[in-house]
Structure formats: structure tokens, C-alpha cells
Ligand binder design. Structure first.
Ligand SMILES: CC(C)(COP(=O)(O)OP(=O)(O)OC[C@H]1O[C@@H](n2cnc3c(N)ncnc32)[C@H](O)[C@@H]1OP(=O)(O)O)[C@@H](O)C(=O)NCCC(=O)NCCS
Length: 182
């Protein structure tokens, strides 16, 4: 994955009913480590990373790049939502030159089942539709990842194809801010 590209960044923090989407800060580092070290979070993402390794290697302010939103609930990071460019080497593309904008999301298990991921992703997609109007967004998730599959459908992603990657079946979908043609 590469950075999203030339968009004004960071945006003014985006407020939803319950959350704030903002750029990352040094105080989020512990929550980042918790996310990447969590066995539940890592189940469909290649497994958790050892927290001592993360403590050693994580930058002072992890995730500072255009398109990387920290999701803040009452002043604390509960997850992240990302919009990056999908690498040409990966399977799954909707344009010949690849580099599609791709949505990603990871939330701490203690906040699953509250609708926070849906609320945050919808706001990030709204932001994206504003800064790059009409550009579609893709998403790839393991079909076995029920929560992620439900979220993708709720956000309005539709299936493009399925394929095998990392030894598992992947669902590849697309979302557009434009109304369907025809
Ligand atoms: C994928 C992931 C973000 C989904 O989180 P989630 O909390 O299930 O997603 P949502 O925000 O859509 O919440 C939906 C749930 O909240 C419930 N909910 C409770 N209050 C709600 C509200 N006010 N609004 C909406 N939904 C609400 C819904 O009923 C639904 O419950 P269910 O899971 O029992 O069906 C989370 O499981 C995760 O971080 N997984 C690990 C990372 C990962 O696999 N990422 C995928 C990478 S492609």
C-alpha cells in the first residue's frame, strides 16, 4: 500500500454523533500497540504481532500519513480507519493502472458490536467523496471475517470478485459516491 496522494491533510477533525476522526498523536501509541498485538484483531489479518517487538519498533507517532484516521471516543483512541492506494502487485483491481483507494479498519475488541466502525467508516467515506469526488473506493476482506463482511455490506460496498490470497478466500468489493448509472 502507498499513501493516498495529494489531499489536504490533516483535515479539521471530523465529528460524528459519538466519535472524532483525527490524525494520530503521540498519546495514541499504546492503543496502536494494543490493536496490532490483539489476537482477536489479528484473527483474519495474519495474526497478532508480539507487543515487545511493537514497543521497540513503533514510531513515536504511529500512522501519521494522509488518509490515516485515528478514531477517538471520549478522548481515547478506539480504532483506526485508513484510505491508502492498493498496490499493483496485489490481486483485485478495478482499473488497469491499479492504485485504487482502499478502505481498511481495525477496532479494539472491547468496542466491537456498538456500531462505531460503521459510524467512523461512513464519515471517512464522506470525507473521501469530498476531497476526491466521484473516485471509487475498494475493500478487501476475508470471507470468513463475518463482522467485516457485514460492515462492508452496511457501508454499501458491492462484490467485484473473490479470490485466494494468504491461503484464504478474499472478498473484493467497490463503493462509489456516485449513483449507479443506467
Ligand atoms: C471489522 C470490525 C471493524 C467490525 O466491528 P463491529 O463493531 O462489528 O462493526 P460495526 O461498527 O458495524 O458494528 C456493528 C454491530 O454493532 C451493533 N450496534 C450496536 N449499537 C449500534 C449503533 N448505535 N449503530 C449501529 N450498530 C450498532 C450492530 O447491531 C452490530 O451488531 P452485531 O455484530 O451483533 O451484528 C471489527 O470486528 C474489527 O476491528 N476486526 C478486526 C480488524 C479486521 O478484521 N479488519 C478487517 C480488515 S479488511
Amino acid at each position: 500500500m502507498t499513501e493516498l496522494g495529494p489531499v489536504a491533510w490533516p483535515p479539521v477533525p471530523i465529528r460524528t454523533e459519538r466519535l472524532v476522526l483525527r490524525e494520530s498523536e503521540a498519546r495514541d501509541r499504546a492503543a496502536f500497540i494494543e490493536l496490532f498485538a490483539s489476537p482477536e484483531v489479528g484473527t483474519y489479518l495474519g495474526g497478532p504481532r508480539p507487543s515487545d517487538e511493537l514497543e521497540r519498533t513503533a514510531p513515536e507517532v504511529p500512522g501519521r500519513r494522509p488518509g490515516f484516521f485515528v478514531i477517538d471516543l471520549d478522548g481515547a483512541m478506539i480504532g483506526m480507519v485508513t484510505l491508502d492506494r492498493r498496490g499493483a502487485e496485489r490481486p483485485g483491481h478495478i482499473r488497469p493502472d491499479a492504485g485504487e483507494a482502499e478502505l481498511g479498519y481495525m477496532f479494539l475488541p472491547e468496542v466491537w458490536g456498538c456500531g462505531y466502525a460503521g459510524e467512523a467508516c461512513a464519515a471517512a467515506l464522506d470525507w473521501f467523496a469530498d476531497v476526491l469526488p466521484g473516485e471509487p473506493v475498494v475493500l478487501c476482506t476475508q470471507t470468513a471475517n463475518d463482522r467485516s463482511m457485514r460492515l462492508a455490506a452496511k457501508l454499501g460496498f458491492t462484490e467485484v470478485e473473490r479470490f485466494e490470497e494468504f491461503g484464504a478466500e478474499q472478498w473484493f468489493g467497490v463503493w462509489s459516491s456516485l449513483p449507479p448509472s443506467g
